[in-house]
Design a protein around this ligand. Structure first.
Ligand code: PHE
Length: 436
């Protein structure tokens, strides 16, 4: 459940539906599934092997597995990356918190549809509001793992993941009955083979990679808590399937609503924080109470999905500080909160006070996101598979892939992919990212 929680996040809600529609519907889903099977899952397994065999946080696992100085630096990079991602992920999480309150308070129902989209720029251009919501989201995030892995993260995931599925099912059932909704289903699922292109394949690979939270030290850290009797191959498939099904349900919720309202689907913050409020506001003209209920449920889903991912991001740093520096869980959590908060301020203010600052032509938050997903995550994923494929003994890897050391043909096939296909493909992605 915790692995699924890390996988299910904002990416499934604001990127997947749009990319699938743009990338030829069912064709994109097929390419996405192939990319998950051949690339993302083997990387997931490589990181799981490091964590379970190493039995510790990212740096500790490297040490326990006999990695030299270079590999210890890799371990540290795996701790830095998620903390850096958390700094801006929490800002966006804060946006969803703000919008949950807006929805609850009937804010979309009380304005004209034409004004509902504009609320977003007004809010992010402020100073106090984005900082307050960012701080609150980060505090929620830190409260969950503070009480422990079992009683905090595990408990939270066991409740929130099934709840997310129930709410999204209810929402999808509702939007699918709207007049004109079928155009959204068609946009999402109808296979359009003319959309096949290198760019579309790159999008599918990138989305699959981001969705499984690879190259962030999360899988390493969580796997260090996984029992030896657990079959890693099965956990990976379960995680990937949960994320895919949730993405499809999010698409079946959002796209029918967008098409029924006669608007255009876009990706990113604009889809959730501008287009949908416009739709909720339009809906309120005939059915104000229903609009409040649906919009509240929707932003609750966004918030909880963001939380299940942010919890996994902060746990990497906490595990490192507890195990390496001997801090108590409480102190480590507080320190992670403080460090992330200071860096996150830059992103929280990136559309307000720092609105004129551009890094390579982009606002701070966007630049941090691009740097993390295109460089940091990719480099960490590459080093992870190289370590497992070329530094760890083959027999150790293969026995770790099964449960209780029992291996099968599956483990050997996965090993082959980790050693040969993954490094080549990730290197190609890294080069493509640098060029573009
Ligand atoms: N997998 C999450 C999503 O789809 C994002 C994420 C990436 C979370 C990396 C943690 C680490 O939104």
């Amino acid at each position: 459940m915790a692995f699924a929680g890390s996988a299910i996040g904002l990416g499934n809600i604001w990127r997947f539906p749009y990319m699938t529609g743009e990338g030829g519907g069912a064709l994109f889903v097929l390419v996405f599934a192939a990319a998950t099977l051949l690339l993302s899952l083997p990387i997931f397994y490589a990181e799981s092997v490091i964590g379970r065999r190493g039995g510790a946080n990212c740096l500790g696992s490297m040490r326990n597995l006999g990695g030299g100085r270079f590999w210890k630096v890799f371990g540290l990079l795996c701790v830095f990356t998620p903390m850096f991602i958390l700094s801006y992920y929490s800002v966006v999480g804060g946006w969803s918190l703000e919008y949950l309150f807006k929805a609850l308070g009937g804010a979309f129902a009380s304005v004209q549809p034409s004004e509902a989209g504009g609320m977003f720029s007004q809010y992010v251009q402020g100073v106090a509001a984005p900082i307050v919501t960012f701080t609150a989201f980060l505090a929620f995030t830190c409260l969950i793992p503070a009480s422990g892995v079992k009683s905090g993260i595990e408990k939270f995931s066991k409740i929130s993941i099934p709840a997310l599925f129930v709410i999204i099912l209810v929402l999808a059932a509702y939007t699918l009955t709207l007049p004109g909704a079928f155009a959204g289903v068609e946009y999402l699922l109808r296979p359009d083979f003319s959309k096949f292109s290198v760019g579309m394949v790159a999008d599918a690979v990138g989305q699959s990679f981001f969705s499984l939270s690879l190259g962030t030290g999360i899988i390493i850290t969580y796997s260090s808590y996984v029992d030896k009797g657990e079959n890693l191959v099965v956990s990976g498939v379960g995680t990937a399937l949960a994320a895919l099904v949730f993405s499809l349900l999010a698409g079946l919720t959002i796209l029918p609503a967008v098409f029924a309202a006669g608007t255009e689907p876009g990706a990113g913050p604009g889809l959730i924080f501008e287009t949908l409020p416009f739709i909720f506001s339009t809906m309120a003209q005939d059915a104000p109470v229903l609009s409040v209920v649906v919009s509240t449920l929707f932003f609750l889903t966004v918030l909880v999905a963001a939380l299940t991912s942010s919890v996994s991001l902060v746990e990497v740093g906490i595990a490192y500080m507890v195990e390496e520096w001997g801090l108590s869980r409480g102190k480590a959590t507080l320190l992670c909160f403080a460090l992330t908060w200071v860096v996150g301020l830059l992103s929280a203010l990136s559309f307000g006070l720092l609105g004129d600052v551009r890094i390579l032509g982009e606002p701070v938050l966007d630049a941090f996101d691009r740097f993390s997903s295109n460089i940091l995550m990719t480099v960490c994923a590459l080093l992870g598979v190289v370590f497992v494929g070329f530094v760890m003994p083959r027999d150790d890897v293969i026995s770790e892939l099964g449960s209780h050391g029992k291996t099968g043909v599956c483990s050997r096939a996965v090993y082959f992919l980790i050693k040969w296909l993954c490094p080549a493909l990730i290197l190609a992605i890294l080069i493509a990212n640098f060029v573009s």
